[in-house]
Design a protein around this ligand. Structure first.
Ligand SMILES: [Fe+2]
Ligand SMILES: [Fe+2]
Length: 222
């Protein structure tokens, strides 16, 4: 007797499952420490570890934990946008930005550990929230999702500038990382504008600012 096996999963369903698994893999790779090897060298390179007081050290670690949480959210945002992007060149741009953001994530994690602390325990929350926001704004259409990215990156640059003011001057290792991240976030924002980002309505920008404030204040401590 011959037994015929019929596939209970269609090709279309398979590719949906593939995408889901790839998405879950991205999420785990982002949330679970260690993040894995960054594609590029850590900008702190061979800069000497500074002598910091206990309070300077924990302040620097807190700020780097905030930056790390921001990078967890950036991964999720870009992946969320890429998942629903309509234009393939925009999807490609999102994936490239996500790859650079992944280096930022890994560099921040390395620095937090050098400072003797751990990344935010709430990383899964930051990831899930940002993925949902990314996908939701992507569903509205590429020009809005690009607008969202441009505004996010603009606010992130402001943040990083404030961190450069707040980090101990002696902590050249953290500063080198934040400076390079800052330059690349400017570029991400500009790329989104060049690709046709719409200017978001004022209330949306304000809501984004409030959400970011909640995340940054929490991640400094936990
Ligand atoms: Fe980044
Ligand atoms: Fe960025």
């Amino acid at each position: 007797m011959t037994v015929r096996y019929t596939s209970i999963v269609s090709n279309r369903e398979l590719s949906a499952i593939d995408r889901l698994l790839a998405g879950a893999n991205d999420a785990l790779r982002t949330i679970a420490a260690p993040a894995g090897r960054p594609a590029r060298d850590n900008p702190a390179g061979l800069i000497k570890e500074p002598k910091l007081s206990a309070s300077q050290k924990s302040h620097a670690a807190g700020l780097m934990r905030v930056n790390h949480a921001g990078e967890v959210a950036a991964q999720a945002l870009y992946k969320g946008h890429a998942a629903v992007a309509r234009d393939t060149s925009i999807e490609q741009q999102m994936q490239e930005a996500a790859a650079e953001e992944f280096d930022h994530l890994a560099w921040c994690e390395q620095r937090i550990q050098e400072l003797g602390e751990e990344p935010s325990r709430l990383s899964p929350v930051w990831y899930a929230g940002a993925f949902a926001i990314g996908a939701a704004s992507g569903v509205l259409g590429d020009k809005w999702s690009l607008g969202f990215i441009a505004e996010t990156e603009r606010q992130v640059v402001e943040h990083l500038d404030s961190h450069l003011d707040g980090l101990p001057v002696e902590d050249a290792r953290s500063r080198a990382i934040v400076e390079q991240m800052r330059d690349e976030e400017v570029e991400h924002g500009q790329n989104a504008i060049n690709a046709g980002a719409a200017d978001l309505p004022g209330p949306v920008k304000r809501l984004m600012r409030i959400t970011a404030r909640i995340m940054t204040r929490t991640a400094y401590w936990v």
